[in-house]
Structures are given as C-alpha cells and as structure tokens.
Design a binder for this molecule. Structure first.
Ligand SMILES: NC(=O)c1ccc[n+]([C@@H]2O[C@H](COP(=O)([O-])OP(=O)(O)OC[C@H]3O[C@@H](n4cnc5c(N)ncnc54)[C@H](O)[C@@H]3O)[C@@H](O)[C@H]2O)c1
Length: 497
C-alpha cells in the first residue's frame, strides 16, 4: 500500500494545505486560511489556503494558455495521462480515504470505495473519450431541398476551453473526478474549487493528477470560502463552462453565470412508491440502504416513502427491525450512521424533525442526538403540511406518507420542486412502466433504491434538481462543442464519369 510521503509537499510548515496552480503547490498571499472542522470531534482538523481574487485571475490566465496546447495533444496521449492518474489515485486510496473520514465523517470502508470508484471513473472516461471523440459526422448537401451534392460538411467535437468544477462535500473526490476527467479528455483545462469539507481529500486527489505529469497550468485547484471567491469564480470571464454539484447555490449560480454551458446537479427529494404487490422484504432493505447510507447525505438517498395503506404497517415494521441493526458511531469504526457534516446541518435536520413532531408525526424510534451525531429515525404518518414531506433533510431521518392510491403517490412526487430520481416497488412490470412515465424525475428505478451509478449511466435532474445530463458519455459531450468544416465543390460531386 502506498504511503503518505508523496503528499508532504502539499502542506506548508504551519500545516496549512497549499493550493495548486501552474503545476506547483503554493501558499496564498492572503496569509489567511480556512478551517475544516472534523464533524465527529467538532475540532479543527485541517486548514487550507484562503485564495485571493488575484490568485484566481492568475489561475484562469494559466488555464487559458495551457488549454491551447492541450487541445493539440493527441487524444491517445490525453487518455494515457488519465490512465496514469487513475492508477496513482487507486494506489493512494488509503491516505485519501483517511481525509474523507476526518473531514466529512464518511465511514472508513465507504471512503476507500469512493477513491477506488473514482479511479475507475477516470479510466473509463479515458476509454470512452478515445472512442467518442475520435468520431465525427459527414453530411452531404443534397439531402436538403434545393441543394445539389456540392457541399460536404465535416463536423467534430472540439473543447470548450476552461472548465470550472465545483463539487459538493458528500463526494468531494468522486464528484470532482466526474468533472475533471471528461473535461481533460475532451481537451479542456480545468479549475477545481473543492468544497470546504472535503477540500483536503480533493487536494490529495489533485496531487495524484500532478504526479501523472499533466502540463503546467492545465489543472488548478483553488481553495477558500465559496461565499468569498465563489461568485468571483463563477462569474469570471475566463470560464467557458461550469460543472457544479450541490444544493440551491447552483440555482443562484445559474442565474449569475454568463452565456456558457452549465451542468448542474442539485438537490433531490427522491420518492419511493410502494404498491400492494411489492416484495416487502426487498422494499425494506432498499429503504434502509437508500435512506440511511452515509447517514442520508446522498443526493439520491430515498427522502420520502409513499406506501399504500394496505401494506404500510408491514413495511414500517420491517424497516424498523432492519434499522435496529444499524450501527451508530464514528466513521473510523466504520459505523453505518456517523455524524452529519456540520452543526448547522444537524440543527437543520432537527428543525425538520421537531416541525413534524409538533404537527403529529409518529416517531418509530426515540429521537436522539449527540453533537452532530443523529440516530436514524423513521417518521410515520407524515402529512403534506409538514416541512419534512418536501424538504431535503440530508440526514438520517426519513418520512413515511400513507397513500390510498398510486395516483396520490405520483401526485406527491410531481408536486415537489425537485425531480432527481424516484423509485417504485411492484411485481407488475407493466404498471411500473406506467408509473415511471408519470413520475417527473430524471430517472426512475424499478424495484431498487435510487442510485447515481454505475457512473456511465445517464444521470440528470428535472426542475430544481438540475440542468443537463451527466454520466461519463454525456459529460464528455457536454464539455465539447460542435465544429463544422464545409468543403464547397465547384460542381456537384456526382457529375463525373
Ligand atoms: N444531483 C446530484 O448529483 C448531487 C450529488 C451530490 C450532492 N447533491 C446535493 O448537494 C447538496 C449537498 O452538498 P453541499 O452542502 O456541499 O452543497 P452546497 O450547495 O452548499 O455547496 C456545493 C459547492 O458549492 C460551493 N459554493 C458555495 N457557495 C458558492 C458560491 N457562491 N459560488 C460558487 N461555489 C459556491 C461550496 O463550497 C461547495 O463546493 C445537497 O443538496 C445534495 O442533494 C446533488
């Protein structure tokens, strides 16, 4: 297993992690740092540089210059660099996973999985890029009325320029590489602004890309408070594309960004609709896995359960007995339920729980919280007048709404301002397809909890859940534009002979 020695250059003498620009690790001229609080101990764990706007300007300039040369680098060579980065990343999964445990309280095994999955994503993107970017299109003019065959149009995909990537705290490595790899294979340069919680894991990941030998300036990583350098970055004239994953901040960015392509993966309120004929054991295990993995801090977590009256008591009982087996504690011990990312997040979750309590929801377990650690809670008899019926807790609390018809479930799902994923449990595949068609979400899972992966599947949200579609192929395409070259012949090409 690779050690931590390769990461010593990314931290300064005062143990503040440096930012990455122009192929080097640097200290910010601001002399200021941003603290990263360990969600478990609630003590400062790490510090990162608070970059200045001037430093952002320099990064953008370097990214623009480096991109021009990178775009001329043969596609197979770009892929080779990415494969190398993927291998280095996987080799250093252990020290990166430690950062994920300390910064975002991700259970230890899941933290390793995130890094390995990220390496796989980078390699797959390199493979996919070589295939799809190596293909173009030929059009001939005589298929359109009034034209002879005197024009040949060759179209291919070319890079956009500088891509700005902003991932969220919950998958700071995976949701960074899901932007970095497609941007690079397509010939773009990349500026990463990691989330504060997760920044150090992201900086370690960037060091793996550095070790893979990408040209100077092609990749940069600036750290600082989103609220301080965020707007400056997203409204920067040097940015040609923004790929963002996070919450409502993405809606604000979409309104402020200029006329550039945007990829927005935002929040969700993924509904799980359970019909009378469903396999209730399958339902219960998917609700527990879907609702409580990583303490519910996943965009595709099950966030509201809508169950037909006739089976709801059985579902609740089965879910309760499985929940009793969830371990609660520290991420180092690989517990199922670990502290949520911050005190403000825990307070927000508690606010939703108390609102539901005041309005008459039934608690299936006792509500318990110690610091940022919230014990898993199932709320039954939730009604539409409760906030938790609509809002995204991003914590281990899950509402159950009893429904008397499938239409009622679909109506609740579609009345949400979110539209990320949803799922339906039934043994009747014909009915499942009808329900899938009626649900206004980017994806509907039949007989499984919502999930983002495998990472090459299309992934998209409707309404406030996002703009555009992701998944490896879609992301590569999104980070390119079509360029056409038209060959104009002096006479139609079929006149000879
Ligand atoms: N749809 C998806 O694929 C997906 C995946 C994971 C998480 N999410 C969503 O992300 C949210 C949780 O993540 P979060 O709390 O990190 O989200 P967030 O919106 O608070 O932050 C996301 C990122 O934006 C940065 N940021 C904050 N203010 C900014 C500004 N003014 N300009 C530019 N950047 C700024 C943050 O530093 C962070 O890197 C949830 O709503 C979850 O559903 C969505």
């Amino acid at each position: 297993m690779a050690g931590t020695d390769v990461f010593t250059e990314i931290v300064d003498g005062e143990q503040v992690y440096k930012y990455y620009a122009d192929g080097e690790w640097k200290k910010s001229a601001s002399g200021k740092s941003v603290s990263i609080v360990n969600p478990t101990t609630r003590q400062t764990q790490y510090k990162v540089q608070a970059c200045t706007q001037e430093e952002v300007n320099k990064v953008m300039e370097a990214a623009k210059t480096a991109q021009k040369l990178w775009a001329r680098t043969p596609l197979w060579k770009r892929a080779e660099h990415l494969h190398k980065a993927a291998a280095i990343l996987k080799e250093h999964r252990a020290p990166i996973a430690v950062c994920l445990v300390k910064e975002i309280a991700k259970p230890a095994k899941d933290a390793v999985t995130e890094v390995v999955r990220s390496g796989d994503l980078v390699s797959y993107t390199a493979e996919e890029g070589v295939r799809i970017l190596g293909e173009g299109k030929l059009l001939v003019s005589d298929s359109f009325p009034g034209n002879e065959r005197s024009k040949y149009c060759l179209s291919s995909k070319v890079p956009l320029g500088v891509v700005l990537a902003i991932p969220p705290f919950n998958y700071p490595v995976n949701l960074a590489v899901s932007k970095i790899a497609p941007a690079l294979i397509a010939g773009n340069s990349l500026v990463l602004k990691p989330p504060t919680q997760g920044a150090v894991a992201a900086l370690h990941m960037i060091q793996c890309f550095h070790l893979a030998g990408f040209p100077k300036g092609l990749i940069s990583c600036v750290t600082g408070k989103g609220s301080e350098i965020g707007d400056f970055l997203t409204m920067h004239p040097g940015v040609n594309c923004i790929s963002f994953t996070g919450g409502d901040t993405g809606i604000a960015i979409s309104k402020k960004a200029g006329m550039i392509p945007l990829q927005m993966e935002l929040g969700g309120k993924d509904a799980c609709i359970v019909l009378e004929d469903a396999d209730l054991d399958l339902v219960a295990s998917n609700i527990v896995k879907g609702g409580y993995s990583y303490s519910g801090q996943r965009c595709t977590a099950v966030k509201v359960v809508l169950v037909m009256e006739s089976v709801v008591d059985a579902v609740v009982e089965k879910v309760k007995s499985k929940m009793a087996k969830l371990s609660v504690g520290s991420p180092e011990d690989d517990c199922d339920i670990t502290p949520v990312v911050s005190e403000s997040s825990a307070n927000f979750i508690e606010g939703l729980v108390m609102d539901a309590k005041e309005k008459g929801a039934t608690f299936c377990q006792e509500y318990r919280r110690e610091g940022n650690l919230i014990w898993p809670l199932l709320l039954d008899h939730v009604r539409p007048d409760m906030r938790i019926a609509w809002e995204e807790p991003f914590g281990p609390v899950l509402p159950v709404i009893r429904i008397s018809s499938v239409e009622e479930g679909i109506h609740h799902c579609n009345a949400s301002n979110f539209g990320l994923q949803g799922c339906v449990f039934t043994r009747d595949i014909n009915k499942a397809i009808l329900i899938s068609d009626a649900m206004e979400t980017g994806t509907v899972q039949i007989n499984s909890a919502p999930a983002r992966g495998p990472d090459h599947f299309p992934f998209q949200g409707l309404k406030d859940s996002g703009i555009g579609s992701q998944g490896i192929t879609n992301s590569i395409n999104m980070m390119t534009k079509i360029k056409s070259t038209v060959i104009n012949l002096p006479s139609p090409s079929y006149t000879m002979g």
